[in-house]
Design a protein around this ligand. Structure first.
Ligand code: PEP
Length: 288
């Protein structure tokens, strides 16, 4: 990694310099996993603020952007955000989808509907849906199959609770989540998957995982992928970190070997912070 470049990116106010950093990063990452950074807006924003946030993010990313940047607004604002980011490198994602194709499922949103309004990504298995809404491993597996089978790309979230970590079960929990989610997923579909390691105790708490712990979890995730598929596939899948990422904590996390970017909640609601994280991910991942 190059600490000076990352620090410059995190200052995030000199756009010309940011452009030079991005161009350099674009050259550096050739042949490596392309960084991914997603902004999960959760149940935040209103119509006007969603549009202006999307505009600001689109304006802050140039054509030569060397990372996949995806925003995940609430369902009602997908179409307006699609319009706001049109022509920019920013892609549109949804925060959830139904495991069913269509029909009598009041309140649900299908993969086809998401594609219809311009979404190309969807989050599956977010811990807030696992733990606050009660989604089962089986439902998450159905949703992942539905997303990939419908031409969407998916961010699968996995991670342990504080109690599971304290009991020394973190790796078993993550391995079980991966086994269940990927049981019916062919290797060919894995090009369209990003895995987000999101320790539940770090989400929205202001506590970021220690870089060493994040690195260990990322290694475990890749070994689970190697066991399910093979080592070559495991080394090609992008694995990102999520949990209270802010510009101040990003530098050390993005420098960890095997961390390919981030899924960002709170900090994705401020364009300046999110853009600083996007640039830091690009530079940090490229140079690490
Ligand atoms: C998330 O919701 O995926 C997340 C990582 O949230 P936060 O960054 O706010 O912890």
């Amino acid at each position: 990694m190059n600490a000076d470049l990352i620090s410059a990116a995190l200052r995030g106010c000199d756009m010309a310099r940011a452009g030079r950093i991005r161009s350099r990063a674009a050259r550096t990452i050739r042949g490596m996993r392309r960084p991914f950074i997603g902004g999960n807006w959760k149940m935040n924003t209103d119509h006007a603020s969603a549009r202006s946030l999307a505009h600001a993010i689109a304006e802050g990313t140039g054509a030569d952007w060397a990372a996949d940047v995806v925003v995940f607004p609430p369902f009602p604002y997908l179409l307006s955000v699609a319009e706001a980011i049109a022509g920019s490198p920013v892609a549109l994602g949804a925060q959830d989808l139904s495991g069913e194709v269509n029909g009598a499922r009041t309140g649900e949103v299908s993969a086809e509907m998401l594609r219809d309004v311009g979404a190309s990504w969807v989050i599956v298995g977010h811990s807030e849906r696992r733990h606050k809404i009660g989604e089962s491993e089986a439902l998450i597996a159905d949703k992942l199959s539905m997303a990939l089978g419908s031409g969407l790309r998916a961010v699968l979230c996995v991670g342990e609770t504080r109690a599971e970590r304290d009991a020394g079960k973190a790796h078993d929990i993550i391995a079980a989540q991966l086994r269940s989610a990927f049981a019916a997923i062919d290797a060919a579909a894995m090009d369209d998957v990003v895995i987000a390691y999101e320790p539940v105790w770090a989400i929205g708490t202001g506590i970021t995982a220690q870089p060493a712990d994040a690195g260990e979890a990322h290694r475990e995730i890749r070994s689970a992928l190697a066991a399910r598929y093979d080592a070559r596939l495991a080394s090609g899948v992008r694995v990102v970190y999520g949990g209270s990422l802010v510009p101040a904590t990003a530098k050390s996390i993005f420098a960890v070997d095997g961390v390919d970017g981030g899924l960002v909640g709170g900090a994705s609601l401020k364009a300046h912070d999110f853009l600083a994280l996007c640039t830091a991910a690009t530079v940090g991942v490229a140079a690490s």
